[in-house]
Write a protein that binds this ligand. Structure first.
Ligand code: GBH
Length: 488
């Protein structure tokens, strides 16, 4: 048998893993932290499976030293984490120094381990006190966000160089204010479009302020992007369905950030289903907003999980609907979803019912590179990619092990897909597996495990899964071979 050649990563390529504050920290009521919208949402009957909450989560607030040691053992070069606004400014306003101190300790620990801290300011956990004033539908929240960012920069600016404003504003607007599935759990197209605009405004004005303070910072945003394919590329209705999904997931955020404009076709689509929402949104987009939103950024974070195969008519063989996380009604997160149907193409699916489609990542990166990033002088990072599987903890040779071979393949195949994009010319500078740890998976509570490290929620014991071992090995080799090395 001949050995296929291995494929190497560019020397500037960073390997990391990602987490988010609410999903791992716990210590929900310690050292001055107050409720975020997710603490409140977890108390809504039926909102989160098993009525799980973030009170303890992975207890990372107390175990961060061990977790950083684990990252070091695994050879991670960078760690993407988010800061909790409710720890730093518990009611959205005044600073809580005890909260900031946690992030100083965490960052010092990372630097001591030679791991680059990659800080995200907002991963969905708005202080509940701000939600009570309208949350992201209220323009003031954008200003509060910038003040919070500047407070953190005062505290950490001397040791954190990479700052990401938002994680996935599509989720914190449409999934949260229109589909009701994420906190605060509202069902309004108008609130969704207002929230999206104010999130983008928060992003742009914060980039502007941070840049004015320190030109050397690496600044960016992370978006959840997708590849929408028409079920039949010869059917105009299918092509149109793909256009609308692409518009609502991708272009609604990429166009303002990179071009200073909203996609006109999607504005008109939404107007046909909710003219009042669009009128309210038009009034909310003030002169100067789009200039702020399109302030140049250094890096774009791409979160990619799966693509979409859509059509304009109902398929004969529709995909099996995903199990709903809860008994709470979910609406569509797409303001203009009429006449869009998801189709089945027989790809393997994870227990989230998400397709496994690595080649979609290649197409996404090359497209985003040529249409948006390259013209703007922005580089790309894959800031999240990962999968939940039904992991099993076994004892093997006296050692606890998780033989998660599907996740091993998932990581390898997506890293290969990134190398394909690099070969095609996209400047992709890094990969963060989602997630370092099994953690609180939002409406799915602790039921879905995405980690390359298993967490036992009774004992808080961590076990590096086979996928974590394989990822470490790849990081050490800075290459992937065509056939997986046996993991013993
Ligand atoms: C990420 O978002 C999050 O950043 C992270 O916190 C989370 O733990 C991780 O994923 C795993 O879920 O077309 O309505 O069915 C995931 C982004 C975008 C993936 C929307 C699912 C399907 C939405 N998500 N997508 S829908």
């Amino acid at each position: 048998m001949t050995t296929a050649p291995s494929r190497s990563f560019p020397s500037n390529f960073l390997f990391g893993a990602a987490t988010a504050a609410f999903q791992i920290e716990g210590a929900a009521h310690e050292d001055g932290r107050r409720d975020s919208i997710w603490d409140a949402f977890c108390r809504v009957p039926g909102a989160v499976i098993n009525a799980d909450n973030g009170d303890v989560a992975c207890d990372h607030y107390h175990l961060y030293r061990d977790d950083v040691a684990l990252m070091k053992d695994m050879g991670l070069q960078t760690y993407r984490f988010s800061t909790s606004w409710s720890r730093v400014r518990p009611d959205g306003g005044a600073l809580n120094t005890q909260g900031v101190d946690f992030y100083k300790r965490l960052v010092d620990e990372l630097l001591g381990a030679d791991i680059l801290p990659w800080l995200t300011l907002y991963h969905w956990d708005l202080p509940q006190a701000l939600q009570e004033q309208g949350g992201w539908t209220n323009r003031d929240t954008a200003d509060k966000f910038t003040e919070y960012a500047l407070d953190l920069h005062d505290a950490l600016g001397d040791r954190v160089n990479v700052w990401t404003t938002l994680n996935e504003p599509w989720c914190s607007s449409f999934l949260s204010y229109t589909a009701g599935l994420h906190a605060p759990g509202h069902y309004s197209v108008e609130e969704g479009v207002l929230a999206a605009h104010h999130l983008l405004l928060a992003h742009g004005q914060t980039v502007r302020e941070l840049r004015a303070r320190d030109e050397s910072l690496t600044l960016g945003i992370t978006l959840n992007l997708t590849v929408a394919d028409p079920a039949d590329p010869d059917q105009p209705a299918d092509v149109d369905a793909a256009r609308r999904i692409d518009g609502q997931f991708n272009r609604w955020f990429l166009d303002p950030v990179f071009r200073g404009e909203y996609p006109a076709d999607i504005v008109e689509d939404i107007r046909t289903v909710d003219a009042a929402a669009v009128a309210a949104w038009e009034a909310a987009v003030r002169p100067g907003d789009l200039e702020a939103i399109s302030t140049p950024i250094d890096s774009l974070g791409v979160n990619y999980y799966h693509g979409e195969l859509v059509g304009g008519t109902a398929p004969a063989n529709p995909p099996k609907p995903g199990d709903a996380p809860t008994d709470r009604p979910g609406a569509s997160p797409f303001p203009s979803h009429e006449g869009i149907f998801w189709h089945e193409r027989g790809l393997p699916r994870t227990p989230m019912n998400w397709e496994v489609q690595p080649e979609g990542l290649t197409r996404l990166l090359t497209r985003v590179w040529s249409e948006y990033a390259q013209p703007a002088g922005t580089v790309l990072y894959v800031t999240e990619n990962g999968a939940a599987y039904d992991d099993e903890l076994v004892v093997d040779g006296g050692e606890p092990r998780v033989h998660d071979h599907e996740r091993v393949d998932f990581v390898r195949d997506h890293l290969s897909a990134i190398l394909d994009a690099v070969d095609a010319g996209a400047d992709v500078r890094g990969y963060f597996y989602w997630s370092l740890l099994d953690n609180f998976e939002w409406a799915w509570g602790y039921e879905k495990r995405f980690g390359i490290v298993r967490v036992d929620y009774d004992t808080q014991a961590r076990t590096v899964k086979d996928s974590g071992r394989e990822y470490s090995r790849i990081i050490g080799a800075r290459a992937i071979e065509h056939s997986a090395a046996a993991i013993s």
